[in-house]
Design a protein around this ligand. Sequence first.
Ligand code: HEC
Ligand code: HEC
Length: 342
Amino acid sequence: MHKLVVISFLVLSLISMSWIINPVPNNQISDESSVASILVSLGDKPVPHQPNLNMKGVSAKKGEQLVKYGMTRKPNGAKTRKQSRHFVCTSCHNIEREDPDLANPNPEDRLVFVKEKGLPFLQASPLYGIANRLKFYNDDYFKKYGDLVDKARNDIRASIQLCATECAQGRKLKGWEIESILAYFWDLELKVKDLHLSEAEKSQINHALENNTNQEKAITNIKSKYLDHSPAHQSLPPEDRMKGYDVKPGNVEIGKSIYELSCKHCHYKERYSFFLLDDTKDTFKHLTHHISKYSRYSIYQVARWGTTPLNGKRAYMPFYTQEKMSNQQMEDLRAYLESMSD
Ligand code: HEC
Ligand code: HEC
């Protein structure tokens, strides 16, 4: 009996896996080839989070609707309850790629890149490529939230659940909803074109696939082209808020992009927050007046500490880690706000 259960489990997981990770056709990679599939074809261990597509009601389409709209249809066809009254996943996460070089993500290059693509500049890591990552809520999220993050750190399902209840301040997701979101994450997996491989690197990989030689070299090379986790270090407000951070003088143009692509993403027309940020002089004066103060309206306070959620009763603002907004960018934002207030 036991054996039977184990065998059918193995067969089922093999079936569900084969839907996500397929061998590379003809051993020739193309721009659209799946990075995860190439790694497995080269003999690497598959990433541990294949969705269970055999569970009733699971589909990538439903996962996409949950991520974008916070709701979808249940397996019985009825509408689900909204996941959160305050947010959808895309309030804080981009679903598009947002870093020009995936091996060296940094907020300066990201701002230029997202601006060009018309994307927002946000506190949370992109969901594009998350299927290829292995560790979640890294560094200071782990230090700060310890127990809460413990389970989520190596487990993408627990990460999704944690974010649904803690980040989005909403209801718990059902098993089939988590599997659907995970299936959707695989629609957003990294492709060869994201790695910017040279022709020589591509032929080395094709050669390794065809002849089963030098696979290790190919695997190491591929893995050097992206990070398997999103680094997350908190930066504290400057010691002297009047002086600000000890960096180059703020750049007004860059500050404007941050205001437009980040602050206004949530605050303009009170989209996700009752605190309205627009382009009136009053708004700029109010923000500028509080910059150097120990006040909840100080950009240093709110960007570096965020605001506290009150158990799902209201929306809150997540803080920006150093990797999501640099100290220099904080000064750029300050310079813009000040320039607009006089
Ligand atoms: C209010 C903002 C907010 C909302 C809404 C939100 N998240 Fe997050 N999420 C974050 C932040 C901040 C982190 C911290 C780690 C990071 O992204 O770098 C995070 C982390 C994650 C992680 C781990 C990412 C990593 O690389 O460490 C996953 C997975 C995730 N969220 C999924 C979701 C899903 C699915 C939803 C919708 C149900 C959602 N989140 C809604 C802000 C949010
Ligand atoms: C992901 C969405 C999001 C982004 C991006 C965002 N905020 Fe917020 N912010 C919020 C939410 C939600 C609150 C909580 C206030 C509320 O209850 O509506 C808030 C609160 C604040 C507050 C405090 C208001 C109060 O009443 O206590 C300030 C000031 C603020 N934000 C400024 C900014 C600035 C400046 C930026 C850009 C650097 C920014 N926010 C980016 C969502 C966001």
